[in-house]
Design a protein around this ligand. Structure first.
Ligand code: WQD
Length: 329
């Protein structure tokens, strides 16, 4: 199939692009490079620099004719979305509405959307299945839910079939080592721990150790980006074969605490990770865990890389030479 991947130079987007091309698809990356990295671009893909905020850019790239759009161009920092909701409304909402309209104008029938567990907000029960209430606790999650609702309408009214893939905590790096771009100023746990282990920062904060979890620190469901990527290809195959919309969680159902991540990183790197326990971060639930039986049943998806050892080892491969790289830069 001919596939347009927006945000295809980003952390998750680049892994999706490599997997699509590995599976024999013809891929064009559309990215404004505000967060994307040139080093993440699969050389087998066509690259078009452009913005979903410019309808002329979208019409120009869509002239090439595509069967499927995979939409990963969005901002994802939950905390930032609460401080700057206008930025998130513009980039996430306006950008996606422009893209959906371009799909309608250009007759692109299938839309794979990078959604998020953030649509669920504070868990009322875990593991969280797709029947869980969707009450986002931050504006980032609200933008994802609003886009899902728009996609539902455009499916009904214009026949654009969509798959909303609700990622839990995306982590890790390509197990084949093909993608090595580090996120700048990361806020998520694993890159922060890696920055300490590799000497990019002296220490980190652990946001609370008084949760009702095995060691008191936050528990999450970390899903390897390679496993996320295979889910995108399987979801695309499902849409084309069944012509039915799809909303699924992408997670493992496996618990992993902040201290588990720190300990594993120390074991793998051989370096200590200095941390200070501070107060809880606003909006953080103690435990977030995915129920992803639906993805297993409907798209025959099983995460095979999402064990903590692979998550940490594949990430350390990217961070371990940092001191050397810094000295050489
Ligand atoms: C994980 C755990 C923190 C940093 C966010 C978004 C969510 C999704 C995934 C896109 C928590 C603790 C973290 C640190 C810490 N993004 N932590 N010190 O908050 O579960 O989810 O990313 O879809 O929408 O909200 O991820 O990595 O920030 O936190 O102690 O320096 O690590 O308290 O328990 P989170 P996270």
């Amino acid at each position: 199939m001919k596939v347009l991947v927006t945000g295809g130079a980003g952390y998750i987007g680049s892994h999706v692009v490599f997997e699509l091309i590995d599976q024999g698809h013809d891929v064009t990356i559309f990215d404004d490079m505000s967060l994307g990295l040139v080093e993440n671009i699969d050389p087998r893909a066509t690259f078009v620099k452009g913005s979903t905020l410019k309808e002329s850019d979208l019409d120009a790239v869509c002239q090439n004719g595509f069967d499927v759009v995979v939409h990963l161009a969005a901002w994802k920092a939950a905390g930032e979305s609460m401080a700057y909701p206008g930025k998130y409304a513009k980039n996430n909402l306006n950008g996606t509405v422009n893209l959906i309209n371009a799909c309608e104008r250009k007759g692109i029938k299938y839309f794979i959307f990078s959604s998020s567990a953030a649509v669920y907000g504070t868990p009322e029960y875990v593991p969280i299945d797709e029947a869980h209430p969707v009450i986002p606790a931050n504006y980032y999650g609200e933008t994802k839910l609003m886009i899902e609702k728009n996609l539902e309408w455009f499916s009904k009214l214009k026949g654009i079939r969509y798959a909303a893939l609700r990622y839990f905590n995306a982590a890790g790096y390509d197990v084949q080592g093909r993608i090595r771009g580090k996120e700048q100023k990361p806020q998520n746990l694993i890159p922060v721990v890696m920055e300490v282990a590799s000497g990019m920062r002296d220490e980190m904060n652990v946001f609370g150790n008084d949760y009702n979890t095995k060691d008191g620190t936050g528990v999450r469901d970390y899903i390897h980006v390679n496993d996320l990527a295979t889910a995108h290809v399987k979801a695309m195959d499902y849409l084309i074969e069944k012509d039915i919309d799809l909303v699924v969680n992408l997670g493992t159902g496996k618990k992993c605490s902040v201290l588990d991540v720190i300990q594993k990183t120390e074991d793998v790197s051989g370096n200590s990770v200095k941390f200070n326990v501070v107060g809880r971060r606003d909006g953080d639930p103690g435990t977030v865990l995915a129920g992803s039986q639906k993805a297993h049943d409907l798209i025959n998806w099983t995460p095979i890389n999402s064990n903590l050892d692979t998550l940490i080892r594949s990430t350390w491969q990217v961070y371990k030479n940092n001191k050397l790289e810094e000295a050489q830069s």
